[in-house]
Design a protein around this ligand. Structure first.
Ligand SMILES: [Mn+2]
Length: 326
């Protein structure tokens, strides 16, 4: 078992020495971004800090909708901006924080992240690409500050951990520290059952209809090593973002015999689409996403594309021809 990389001394002293801290995460936030932000904010408030939670939103993913009201999409009025620390979590490129990117010049910026690709930014960085989630890193921060998570904080940290590991399905051999962290969080009061229900339960009936549609449309390439499906603009408008259950779709398709990679393209933007990439064993999809100015992890990545869905689909299918050979 490898010893996880500890929080940097620069980060620890920055957190200790600032009285006002803005905690910021990425747009279209997920359970890891929000769980990290909320647990960190709660921990810092217990240390007597004034904390503002900021998010560019939108809070569209089903599993995080209940958390949205705790965040503001505007930088608050501050008396002494020079003495304010901004902590950005779960972002590997500055454009992930949306409109906030242009508003941070006056502040000291610290970044806590675990993405393998991207363009690091900020004055103080703590980046551990082996961390399962940013909440896994925040949990280490508690130890470094001689604190233990409250029940509520433990639930938030656990939520981020299971979000980014696909409820531990993406964890590889000799990475047992994920379960040590999980055990510590459950002992501190996190409920795996509650987290599971938030992530996978209580989906609207229409989400199953959309899932069925995307599964039946799916096309198979290169002896089934690459599976490709897409959502049209009309479907996006009919079903809406909240209905989408990408994780179930990816789990179903990656579970197909012989499948190494999945491509899921959504016509969800004014003049373009969002491309989601997943792989099972050997293709590094973060590199593909990176070459289109996107990002992510080796087995899960994505990017935005300005142009026709059919064009990027053909380009990517061609690109995978060599990659699927391994
Ligand atoms: Mn993450």
């Amino acid at each position: 078992m490898l010893t996880p990389l500890s929080p940097t001394p620069e980060l620890i002293s920055a957190l200790q020495n600032h009285e006002t801290i803005l905690v910021l995460g990425h747009k279209n936030p997920d359970g890891d971004s929000l769980g990290s932000q909320l647990a960190l904010a709660s921990m810092l408030r217990r240390l007597g800090k004034t904390v503002h939670l900021l998010s560019p939103g939108p809070f569209e993913r089903h599993e995080i909708q209940h958390l949205g009201q705790q965040f503001s999409d505007q930088v608050p009025e501050l008396d002494h901006p020079a003495g304010v620390l901004v902590v950005v979590v779960d972002c590997s490129t500055i454009d992930r924080i949306g409109h906030f990117a242009d508003q941070l010049d006056d502040f000291t910026v610290a970044v806590i992240d675990h993405h393998a690709s991207g363009a690091p930014f900020g004055d103080i960085t703590w980046i551990n690409t082996r961390a399962f989630s940013v909440t896994f890193m925040i949990h280490q921060l508690y130890a470094a500050l001689d604190m233990t998570p409250t029940e509520e904080e433990a639930q938030l940290l656990f939520f981020g951990l299971v979000t980014d590991t696909g409820y531990f399905r993406h964890v590889l051999e000799r990475r047992g520290e994920v379960f040590l962290t999980a055990a510590a969080l459950v002992e501190a009061g996190a409920s795996p059952k509650t987290a599971y229900d938030q992530m996978y339960g209580s989906r609207p009936f229409a989400s199953k209809k959309l899932l069925g549609l995307l599964l039946s449309r799916c096309e198979s390439y290169y002896d089934g090593k690459l599976l490709v499906t897409w959502e049209t603009r009309a479907e996006h408008e009919t079903f809406g973002e909240a209905i989408r259950d990408s994780e179930s779709l990816y789990a179903q398709l990656l579970g197909t015999q012989g499948c190494e990679a999945v491509l899921y393209i959504r016509e969800d933007q004014e003049k373009g689409c969002t491309v989601g990439l997943r792989s099972k064993d050997y293709i590094d999809v973060s590199r593909i996403a990176g070459s289109f100015s996107g990002g992510g992890h080796r087995r899960a990545a994505g990017f935005s594309y300005h142009g026709r869905r059919e064009d990027i689909q053909q380009e990517l299918i061609a690109l995978f021809e060599d990659l699927v050979k391994g």
